[in-house]
Design a protein around this ligand. Sequence first.
Ligand SMILES: NC(=O)c1ccc[n+]([C@@H]2O[C@H](COP(=O)([O-])OP(=O)(O)OC[C@H]3O[C@@H](n4cnc5c(N)ncnc54)[C@H](O)[C@@H]3O)[C@@H](O)[C@H]2O)c1
Length: 394
Amino acid sequence: MVALQLKNKPIPAASDAAGRRGRFVRQGVGSADAIAPLASSSMRHPPERPVVLVGRGAAGYSKSISNKTVLITGGAGFIGSHLAGALLGYGGRVVCFDNLSTGSLENIKEFADDKNFTFIKGDANAPGDLKKVFKKHRIDYVFHYAACVGVLRTLENPIGVLKDIDGIKNVLELSRIHKVKKVIFSSSSEVYGEPVEIPEREEGHLNAKLPYATVKLVGEHYMNSYNEKYGLPTCSLRFFNVYGPKQESSAYGFVTGVFIRQVLSGEPITVFGDGTQTRDFVFAGDNVAASLSALFSDKANGHAINIGTGRPVTILDLAERIIALSGRKGKIKFLKPRMDILHRFPAVEKMRAILAYTPRVSLDEGLKETIRWYENNVKRSLSRAIINTRQKTK
Ligand SMILES: NC(=O)c1ccc[n+]([C@@H]2O[C@H](COP(=O)([O-])OP(=O)(O)OC[C@H]3O[C@@H](n4cnc5c(N)ncnc54)[C@H](O)[C@@H]3O)[C@@H](O)[C@H]2O)c1
């Protein structure tokens, strides 16, 4: 394997912010799903400080998004809810579709007052649920983000993960029938598996081993088939580690959220092995901005594109930064190494060339924002973590 240079170069600061409150219109695809306006609870809980949104100026996107209806499957999840906020901020109409398996109404409560926001509870893998959505709403664009996520959760549930192929199938076929303008699919760096080359290039070797990664690869191929053979514009984005406010921090969660929860609750940060394994961390606002660039770039059609910073960070460095930025006296506890991919390092040339985008939020800045959110939502994030850990140990 090629040796990695693990330097964290200084990177530019975050730019403007966007976000907006909205009215919550909850519609069920089944009769059991009652309409539940949450305007009053939203009033009781003032909206979070909006996630930093960077990228093209608001004016550029407003023109393209204003009055368009965008379906986000998995829209009540971590990334989906940030994307919803950005689209609403640009004047779009958002249909947020989610089965609330790992997402939550809490994540979208800040849109409760927005007439452009609609929440529909349903299962993307059940054909009837999405069919009703497409029948009721004239959908212009789709972000297909609904998926069973988290390495641990997906390993424990390989057949459940496989069902997500049905969701991909449903989204593509309904989008084709209803002449959707474009489908963006959230793929993953997991498709590279243990890397054969560093940095990992989109056209390089794919070594997917996990059930989750296999499903993402099937999804990418199907996205391409529909783009090539049926004229439905599609683009797959290979997300590297995304982090930010609202991310799950349970034992099933992702490393950044887990580390922050551990520090804030006075536990030692648990690092597997010596912490020299590397990952590429992208702040949620940057991830959203890159996805919006993909939506409006015709050059992206039919492509799979890495979304990363191109600056790998060691897990030990991440742990130390979180301790320092939290202002707490954190400790690090080293555990036995687990079967883990050692290095993740995306080639980002394709992202820069096709999307004309480079993530702008520095790791420290993004971590500060994230820690602040966990501090303000400590009860919520800790109780979710405890519930999920209990479920896990059952
Ligand atoms: N967070 C990351 O670092 C990362 C990295 C790579 C890829 N991704 C991909 O990005 C997408 C969003 O992930 P996230 O981190 O926001 O996770 P998340 O769990 O917060 O979001 C996923 C959402 O999908 C919903 N969902 C799951 N299955 C569904 C179904 N069958 N029907 C309807 N809704 C369903 C969940 O309730 C949840 O709200 C996923 O497709 C994930 O695979 C995320």
